[in-house]
Design a protein around this ligand. Structure first.
Ligand code: CP
Length: 318
């Protein structure tokens, strides 16, 4: 298809930059990523995919399983006229056959960017320290910045603004929450966090979020899901045990039981509030079928939006 008009490229200096955590993007840069994502989404829906990364290759290093992240990075590079090179642990022995530092020293000779999904965040940092091409965190135990960008994009699409909105997080104090909180407050979105005792977000992240928060933005840390959702525009949850914590599932189930996002909890939120989930969902645990499949769920919109925000990020960084 003929490209009808030129893409408006936001004037931000992201070329060559790493995105190891959402904090690597300031408020203006995050807004730029969301703005370009909106253009790419609109054009993409009309079958118009501007080849902004023609001839460029993105390496995908994946130690953990993935549906959304793998599919959206690979599809995104195809749409942008580039290529994605998928390397998993079995084929490349990530960090075992060769250190992440040496993987970086090799890959930078062939590719223009690296997206990595790994357990230890130190592996993401090692790649970034040793590669002269941008490294994007596609999920580590510490952060999931691409998910946060997709969640914020979805929220912005819904309400046509971000400033002044309020997210209620209900569940584990995990990597997705860390990225979502640090990104949201910088854009003026308040966050209420309800986590079970013993599964709270760490104090250093909360302190960092407080420092980054735009004026008027509130961070509430409570252990009561009902209070958390009371003024929410978006109720967000994620699995009770993340990848690598499978051995803790049975121990966590009773602790997290009252943190399930179900119809009764949603009834305590404002009528306009929507619900999202990082996915994959453990239906019947952290979220019920009725809510995830219900009219207030935007979880699958957010999954779609992973594609658009990552295309935007890649187009700006590679
Ligand atoms: N939300 C998310 O990152 O999904 P995958 O684990 O399937 O990539």
């Amino acid at each position: 298809m003929e490209t009808s008009q030129a893409i408006e490229r936001p004037e931000v200096a992201l070329r060559g930059r790493d995105v190891l955590g959402i904090g690597d993007l300031d408020a203006r840069e995050m807004r730029a990523v969301l703005a370009l994502a909106a253009q790419l989404k609109e054009r993409g829906r009309a079958g118009d995919h501007p080849p902004l990364l023609e001839g460029k290759v993105l390496a995908l290093l994946f130690e953990k399983p993935s549906l959304r992240t793998h599919a959206t990075f690979e599809t995104g590079m195809f749409h942008l006229g580039g290529h994605a090179l998928y390397l998993d642990d079995r084929s490349a022995g990530l960090g075992r056959r060769e250190s992440y530092a040496d993987i970086a020293r090799n890959l930078e000779r062939w590719v223009q960017g690296i997206a990595v999904r790994t357990f230890a965040h130190a592996n993401v940092e090692a790649l970034a320290a040793h590669a002269r091409v941008p490294v994007i965190n596609a999920l580590s135990d510490w952060e999931h910045p691409c998910q946060a960008l997709a969640a914020l994009f979805t929220l912005q699409e819904r309400w046509e603004r971000l400033e002044g909105l309020r997210i209620a997080w209900v569940g584990d104090g995990n990597n997705v929450l860390r990225s979502l909180l640090l990104g949201a407050v910088r854009l003026g979105v308040s966050v209420a966090i309800a986590t079970p005792p013993g599964y709270e977000l760490d104090a250093a992240t909360l302190e960092e979020a407080g420092r980054r928060a735009a004026p008027g933005t509130v961070i509430d840390v409570i252990d009561d899901p009902v209070r958390a959702v009371r003024d929410a525009d978006l109720v967000y949850t994620d699995v009770w045990a993340s990848m690598g914590q499978e051995g803790e599932v049975e121990r966590r189930r009773p602790v997290f039981a009252r943190f399930q996002v179900n119809a009764a909890l949603l009834a305590r939120a404002p009528r306009h509030a929507v619900v999202s989930h990082c996915l994959p969902a453990h239906r019947g645990e952290e979220i019920t079928d009725e809510v995830l499949d219900g009219p207030r769920s935007v979880a699958f919109d957010e999954a779609e939006n992973r594609l658009h925000v990552q295309k935007s990020l890649l187009a700006l960084a590679l």
